[in-house]
Design a protein around this ligand. Structure first.
Ligand code: NI
Length: 158
């Protein structure tokens, strides 16, 4: 188990575009394990590789209450979205803050798993939000650019 350092807003890595993964090398396997450990340790529902300083198209997500249903997405592409949801969103790279963001209420994503097998993941509500948020990270986009009405401290009403 290895916890990696999470880059925070202001770090230039977070605004860069990540590159596709062509092969799951031992190094990538280790990165996947470390990203899962880091996400669970930080009690996040998702983490993208650029957040730990690696500009590769890899994200991990787990929106289950038990934290026992990890989703690993290599080179994810959004195929379809539908509906709309407006709600609170946060990011491990923007500690202590949250903001209101409108996202699709449904998202369907095509990706590869850790064995480089093609998979499709679809979800609504929190999973759809997490899919869109994490894939944005791979293009150097942070949720703060999409916030309606500014950021606030976690725990405050406004
Ligand atoms: Ni984030």
């Amino acid at each position: 188990m290895a916890i990696r350092n999470i880059r925070t807003i202001g770090d230039s890595t977070l605004t860069k575009k990540s590159k596709e993964i062509t092969e799951v090398t031992p190094k990538i396997k280790l990165l996947i394990e470390d990203m899962l450990d880091t996400m669970y340790e930080a009690q996040g529902v998702g983490l993208a590789a650029p957040q730990v300083g690696i500009l590769k198209r890899l994200v991990v997500i787990d929106v289950s209450p038990e934290g026992d249903s990890p989703i690993i997405l290599i080179n994810p592409v959004i195929m379809e979205t539908g509906g709309e949801q407006t709600g609170e969103e946060g990011c491990l790279s923007v500690p202590g803050k949250s903001g209101t963001v409108t996202r699709p209420n449904y998202a369907k994503v095509k990706a590869f798993n850790e064995n480089m097998e093609e998979i499709t993941v679809e979800g609504t509500e929190l999973l759809a939000r997490a899919l869109c948020h994490e894939i944005d990270h791979l293009d150097g986009v942070l949720y703060v650019d999409k916030v309606i009405g500014g950021l606030h401290k976690v725990g405050e009403d406004d």
